[in-house]
Design a protein around this ligand. Structure first.
Ligand SMILES: [Cu+2]
Length: 200
């Protein structure tokens, strides 16, 4: 009852060849990936970073929006005088803002946006952290980053509601030296007048 005995034979041969070459590819892939498995053993820090990402914190004032098209772009500088420039920024609730921050100094600085309370807590949490851990820790934050001298980084954030927020640098001593500034988020559902207010 077999209709195409010769065809079946060819198919069987082709399958045999395909299986053989797949086996060869798999063997190569295993060889290549072996060193990668053995590699990261010495770096304990990476485990912490991944754990941190798993428990991404929620923010009361909005969320990162890396894929959104920004409504407005805010350029800021981090300075060795322990200041951000400009010192006060105003954006609208509901808007998507791209912050482009440049470290104009000779030493590293950090930049993050958070509530005033959140920045205070972050600063307190940094006090006992070794510098090497601190840099990695802050670069892993969804609401900020660390900048080497001369470096520029950007963050796109969607602000959900009005309120007073704060930019801050949490490198040792910088926050206490005054490296924080104010972000006013105006407007929103409960404050329509704020939408029409002029920026100062
Ligand atoms: Cu700083």
């Amino acid at each position: 009852m077999t209709l195409f005995p010769s065809n079946n034979k060819i198919t069987a041969n082709k399958r045999g060849l395909a299986a053989a070459s797949f086996g060869a590819v798999a063997a190569i892939a295993l060889t290549l990936s072996a060193p990668a498995i053995a590699g990261p053993g010495g770096h304990g820090d990476h485990g912490n970073m991944e754990g941190h990402k798993m428990s991404a914190p929620k923010f009361s004032f909005g969320e990162p929006a890396p894929d959104a098209t920004p409504d407005v772009r805010v350029e800021m500088d981090a300075l060795d005088t322990m200041r951000f420039s400009p010192e006060t920024v105003s954006v609208k609730a509901g808007s998507v803002v791209e912050f482009v921050v440049t470290n104009k100094g000779q030493i590293p600085h950090a930049w993050s946006v958070d509530t005033i309370e959140g920045q205070k807590k972050h600063e307190e949490g940094m006090k006992d952290m070794p510098m090497s851990n601190m840099m990695g820790h802050m670069d892993d934050e969804p609401n900020g980053f660390v900048l080497k001298a001369g470096e520029t980084k950007s963050l796109i954030w969607k602000f959900s509601k009005s309120g007073t927020l704060q930019f801050a640098c949490h490198l040792p001593g910088h926050f206490d030296a005054g490296m924080h500034s104010t972000l006013e988020v105006t407007g929103g559902d409960h404050d329509d007048k704020g939408k029409k207010a002029h920026q100062h």
